[in-house]
Write a protein that binds this ligand. Sequence first.
Ligand SMILES: [Cu+2]
Length: 165
Amino acid sequence: MYRKPTRRLVLTSAFAEFLITACGGSASSTTAAGSDANQGEFAFGEPADSSNTDRIVEIVATDGLVFDPSDLTATTGETVTFRIVNEGTIIHDFTLGDEVTQDEHEEEMAEMGGMAHEASNAVTVAAGATKELTWTFTQPGTVLIGCHQPGHYDAGMKGQITVGL
Ligand SMILES: [Cu+2]
């Protein structure tokens, strides 16, 4: 069912290296249905248990194709639970990742026609529903958030998390 997407020519070799790791992780968790099998495979952090969270951040997803708030901060070593509240009437998802991860997820979702694509760094939230994703940020930098339902990311359903020291 899963087909490895064609790698984009614009990727640098360093990014391509990361892509193999991250993408492999997403693929295995698609079949593992929410297991933690790929824990630790993301350079920017790792999934965590909600019982260990330091903070809960509520983010509203709307049919206006925005996340509110979309500009977030975290600190290195912090574990954050993102509580995604879908106030819309259509499905939205929430994916954590760097630019390469976001682009890959966008391609995978497009290929699958917007089918739910659960991975350790993403949740799919039905209309009117609320879901949580708990993540530990392990290094400073910028982590992007995005919704990859068809057309949403390109329309601006994205944001960023600035991870400080
Ligand atoms: Cu969306």
